[in-house]
Design a protein around this ligand. Sequence first.
Ligand code: ACM
Ligand code: ZN
Length: 681
Amino acid sequence: MKIRNILTAVTMLTAIGSLSAREVSPSQIIPRPMEVSTSAGSFTIPADGFTFEYKGKQQPELLTEYLNAYPAQFHAATKGNKANLIIEISNKVKSKYELKVTPSAVIIKATDEEGAFYAIQSLLQMAQLPEATEIVCSTVTDSPRFPYRGVHFDVSRHFRSIDFLKKQIDAMALLKLNKMHLHLTDGAGWRMQIDAYPRLAGFAAWRPQLSWQDWVNNGSKYCDETDVRASGGYYTKEQLRDLVDYAAARHITVIPEIEIPGHSKEVTSAYPELSCSGVPYADDDFCIGKEATFEFLEKVLDETMEVFPSAYIHIGGDEASKAAWKNCDDCRKRMEQEGLKDVDELQSYAIKRMEKYVNDHGRNIIGWDEILEGGLAPNATVMSWRGTEGGIKAIKSGHDVIMTPGEFCYIDYSQDAPFKEPASIGGYTPLEKVYSYEPLDPSLSADEAKHLLGLQANLWSEYVTTDEHAEYMYYPRTFAISEIGWSTPEKNYPDFHARALDVVTMLDSLGYNTFDLKNEYGQRRESLTPANHLARGAKVTYTIPYRKQYKAKGDSTLVDGVRGGWTYGSDNRWQGFMSDFDATVDLGEIKPIGSVGLSFMQSAGAWVHLPKQVDFEVSENGVDFETVGTVWNDVDPNYPKILMKDYYATFPQRNVRYVRIKAKRHDRPGAWLFTDEIIIN
Ligand code: ACM
Ligand code: ZN
């Protein structure tokens, strides 16, 4: 295996040229090692890199290739150049690796090549911490908490180069992340050369528009590779093999995902005979009734397994619409023949059939948690994204699980105040939120817990057009995934945050485009202190009810003195309506008031829009209402970022008991209204 050195930007930060000296310790790296003890003295980080030699019988071949690929950082000891880095592979070591820093040398003992590699990564991180010149004498004993520590790359919505992926593998290695989930296929583009179906790479991989948003706005069409407008692309098998090798040398497994049966419009447009309608651009899902679909999937999986040696093949399974199946003769026939009672069971039939095919080839499937519906395939590993319930259920039925719940692990959400961030899918998932995640549910027994393989960060890239933007979303939030996946579960955010600031600086110096953690704005200010006003604790009567899934705290939500944060998704403070808003506040007795207002949220990408118009009315008796103000929307309904707008009416003081607020929702079909608090004074 040949290791190609693309990380030419890596430079040791040493005393030379640096104004200040800094002694660093293993307790400052991410992920935090299991055990660290320190003693007096320190090791001076060598300005010209480490000189290594091996002790013991085992000569780690892969590690030697890796070290040789970075000649500025590592060179083998010679007679005249004595080793200051001694590496021994030994089955006597109780943990994954031990690393001992003495004044004259760093000594690594590891159970295997992988352990030695991780020890090297710990050392590299220390040596590259900002201003680092010395490492305190110390002993590290370290092992990972979970075997699966993943990062997901959605190369369908926006294609990324192999060089980009290799660069992220380097960062993943530094963070001891070990699974690269490649989302190779989706409606926005197919990304792998498949010899048996050349229109996948020749047509389904190309769009007349580069940006996903422009593509959607222009009717979501594909084009031929030869079209002058063609943007996007696909990986050749040779490129993918090279990527797999590059990752393997860094102890990272590349796991390919081939989406079945939904998210497949690029396939059913290139090969409409695989859909229920037979019409291009009509169906997102494969037809499960037609044998041609299974012939296609088997051939695609043959070629996928030929390129990717991973133990797992991800077969998707999420968000199939299943609608066309209900009206398709072939699908209905399949259901009848197989005794399947509904379309969930029809999906399950397809997944189980493909699982058998994959198992027969010595591999296992991973699927999104929808594969639980209609009956879980017998050997499937579940990737739990719609919360953790699916994952917990799968574990309790004896299946392996990878946790990636949207609330904590979806890093396509904004990581800071949306007004200062690039447009995103919505949401608010700052570093602290990701870090707060604990994947081991307390309801699991010790035996069940063994089925929890680990966790993964997902970056869906609808809004992430450029490589720089992608890196910005990954770093530092994947630091938290690294630490949760590797370290013991104790949490100390201030300590983690301080280390993250350093690692961000390190990645900046290595040429990554990171989020500016130092200047994080944080949560919406209004949400941090109670809102005092006359309506607190009042009774609210809804003429049109709120939606159950966005009820927040129910009837008290809009008068509880608590303003919402940057997201309606998980903070239980924003109440959602898929209708106009019409509610009346009863203050309990006649009171003098001179103002009434409330804020609404817009998140256009999630169909959440500001109301077109809000009318404020007051009444003494609850029957005769007088309008005291109207506010119209003055914000572009297509403005792509999240924003909050206050709708307020002030008026000469009146004695009233009832305040009615009517908000007209935006005309877009399916538009939502979200509001957090009615403020009356
Ligand atoms: C998913 O986010 N649809 C897995
Ligand atoms: Zn069908």
